[in-house]
Write a protein of this length. Structure first.
Length: 497
């Protein structure tokens, strides 16, 4: 099979004695300046007349000269490839700072935006040789538990169906998502979250983050709209609203959830996690939920309900979603398959008020038209065939055991230093410090040991109102949890004394 090779090569003058040198210089230059990347396969000498306008022997001589300089290497029976260890030209001088000012929207150069979007990022991850011993960051899942074989089967069926019956060539405009998937989502949330909706109420998105972005695009008037967010809260949710020009208003959270009396009277969007507050973990109390719904009804505000891990309940009675038939006019439910399946799937959904749906569909279509057709079809089949329900039941048991172990370890090793915030949903817990502890310093010290545990500091908009740690258990097995808590106890004891 011929190699695709679209690099422009100029031929030497007809009858020239410099054909080989002329070709050598062009290929050498393309390798050194990065136009031919390491591992790129060069055309075979058999294809030389068509590709280079030179004889097979001439091209073989050129390849030999490139090999002598360490720029290419031959693989037996495969061909000639650009070497991974090729020499590099000196890096070009950086342009003067004054020549690039104003080219990037200054919004993206703001330090808080970088921290909001990159709040999972750890400095050790980019350092060579550093290994993660235990990763207890929130919102991570144990992908080893996912039934990949079952998903491969439904994915193969979806691809075969597309092969046999290709998608009709129609305009993607007005696309809310695969009809079967929207029906499956409606059935899933009705059973797991008591959320009353139909397939026509659902908009499929590329994960929850795109859902937040679409809401920001459609609900915010730049420079005017006030968006209330929980503080502490989920940092990435703030960025799309800020980009849309909203005025971000952090609102304190207490043991019952967001403090309604502290929400600005003019707030038109209120972002909350009512079932399992992120990151503290407690549910919003019934009276606080009713107060929030009354506030929205009286002021015309839209509540953005982020239900990021509502499938995972371990004790107590089920907590229904905030969005109901009565509140559907002012609550937009945001869901995702990142926790109940796996994050790299990049699939989520919105169940918005009916009046907002046309604008949200148009905003979705303006960004990417629609999500992957075969992935949507496969996930629909995965849900409708019962695979998702079985997976959630299995994972619940495993996560419950890990949660119980973590709570016992924290009580035994750190009971004098930390108080766990009561909760019975989700994939992480929050532990508040009983005494003054430099929790971020502890987190950084643990990171250097390959153990990732976030302090509460990074979840606040401004100065932290509480000190402690957010400790996840979904992606760590029992051995890793023991190692992590032992290390945490050592670091806390050292800094507390």
């Amino acid at each position: 099979m011929g190699t695709l090779f679209e690099l422009e090569i100029t031929a030497a003058a007809k009858g020239s004695r410099e054909i080989a040198s002329h070709l050598f210089r062009q290929l050498r230059s393309a390798i050194l300046d990065g136009r031919l990347l390491p591992g790129s396969r060069l055309p075979s000498t058999r294809a030389a007349p068509d590709v280079f306008g030179a004889s097979r022997n001439t091209v073989q001589d050129v390849y030999d000269r490139l090999a002598q300089e360490g720029l290419v290497g031959a693989r037996h029976g495969s061909g000639t490839y650009v070497s991974d260890t090729r020499p590099k030209l000196a890096a070009p001088a950086s342009p003067r700072a004054t020549s690039v000012q104003g080219r990037v929207n200054s919004f993206w150069e703001r330090s808080e935006i970088g921290s909001w979007i990159g709040f999972w990022q750890e400095s050790h991850e980019s350092a060579p040789g550093n290994q993660i011993v235990a990763d207890l960051r929130p919102a991570l899942v144990d992908q080893r538990l996912f039934p990949h074989a079952a998903f491969r089967q439904v994915m193969a069926r979806a691809l075969r169906k597309l092969e046999m019956t290709p998608s009709p060539s129609k305009s993607p405009q007005g696309n809310q998502g695969n009809g079967q998937l929207r029906r499956a989502i409606a059935e899933h949330v009705s059973l797991t979250r008591a959320l009353a909706c139909g397939a026509d109420d659902v908009l499929v998105t590329s994960g929850a983050q795109q859902g937040f972005d679409l809401l920001a695009r459609t609900l915010v008037t730049s420079g005017e709209t006030i968006v209330a967010v929980e503080d502490p809260g989920y940092p990435p949710i703030r960025a799309p609203f800020a980009l849309a020009g909203a005025r971000i208003a952090p609102v304190r959270v207490d043991s019952e959830g967001i403090v309604i009396d502290e929400i600005p009277a003019g707030a038109k969007v209120i972002c909350v996690c009512p079932s399992h507050q992120f990151p503290l973990g407690m549910p919003m109390s019934p009276r606080r939920r009713q107060a929030l719904l009354r506030f929205a009804e009286q002021t015309g505000a839209v509540i953005v309900e982020d239900d990021y891990d509502g499938e995972f309940r371990y004790d107590g009675s089920p907590i229904e979603a905030l969005r109901s038939s009565a509140s559907s006019g002012h609550v937009c439910y945001v869901g995702s398959f990142s926790k109940c399946m796996f994050p790299s799937l990049r699939l989520g959904f919105l169940v918005p008020p009916r009046w907002a749906l046309p604008a949200l569909v148009a905003a979705k279509n303006s960004t990417d038209w629609h999500c992957s057709v075969p992935v949507q079809a496969a996930v629909a089949r995965f849900i409708l065939d019962g695979h998702l329900a079985r997976h959630i039941r299995r994972v619940r048991r495993i996560y419950r055991d890990r949660r119980g172990l973590l709570l016992n370890l924290l009580d035994q090793r750190l009971g004098q230093y930390l108080t766990v915030v009561p909760s019975f949903y989700g994939m992480h817990i929050a532990a508040l410090a009983r005494t003054r502890i430099e929790c971020e310093a502890v987190s950084q010290a643990l990171s250097r040991r390959g153990i990732i545990i976030h302090s509460l500091d990074r979840f606040f908009v401004g100065p932290p109102g509480q000190i402690g740690f957010v400790i996840a258990y979904a992606a760590a097995d029992s051995h890793q949890l023991r190692l992590a808590v032992d290390a945490l106890a050592e670091e806390v004891a050292e800094l507390a004394n």
